[in-house]
Design a protein around this ligand. Structure first.
Ligand code: SF4
Length: 187
């Protein structure tokens, strides 16, 4: 499997914010979003056994499988091996490809044309007034989160954050998701 990186950190976003976790970042994506901050070129090969062994070196039993797009590589056998090792499995996906069964928590940040219809958490980037949120009418989720887009420009980010808060207050189906790992200066 092509792995971009693995690391131990706190989940920075969404429902499990603050949760200690082992991160498995698969290399490669089926989309090319202009704002993507993932390096898709760098990877090393790891077998499923090596991934489980590496994850098991650390104390947390929460694994965040992300990318790139993890659905390109994630297999049922890796999911089952991680469960056997006692992991709670969270997957962060763009929603455009089917996933293996028995994943404990699916966080979908929809991009492109999603095929997933039922997830645990739908996390949509909010770019300000006029952001199209109609995707929420097509994907069932337990939780709906709006995350202000990080433009890389502080003033612009402040404006978007204020707009996101205002939107959530008016539309309480949504709640705010912040990229707390960036605030904390951790990975
Ligand atoms: S779907 Fe995510 S990982 Fe893929 S290109 Fe878009 S932002 Fe990057």
């Amino acid at each position: 499997m092509r792995v971009n990186e693995t690391f131990l950190s706190l989940q920075g976003e969404g429902h499990f914010t603050g949760t200690p976790a082992f991160f498995l970042r698969f290399a490669g994506c089926n989309l090319e979003c202009p704002f993507c901050d993932t390096n898709h070129q760098t990877y090393h090969e790891m077998s499923e056994e090596e991934i489980v062994e590496e994850a098991s070196r650390y104390k947390p039993r929460h694994i965040v499988i992300t990318g790139g797009e993890p659905a390109l590589q994630l297999t049922q056998s890796l999911v089952d091996k991680l469960h056997e090792a006692g992991f709670f499995i969270q997957v962060e996906t763009n929603g455009t490809m089917p996933l293996p069964e028995r994943i404990d928590w699916v966080t979908c940040s929809p991009k492109g044309t999603p095929v997933l219809k039922d997830v645990d958490e739908l996390k949509v980037l909010f770019k300000g007034d006029g952001t199209d949120l109609s995707i929420a009418d097509h994907i069932q989720a337990k939780e709906y989160r709006l995350q202000p887009l990080d433009t890389g420009n502080e003033e612009q980010n402040r404006i978007i954050l204020r707009a996101t808060i205002a939107y959530v207050l008016e539309h309480p189906r949504w709640s705010l998701s912040l990229q707390t790992h960036k605030m904390l200066g951790i990975k």
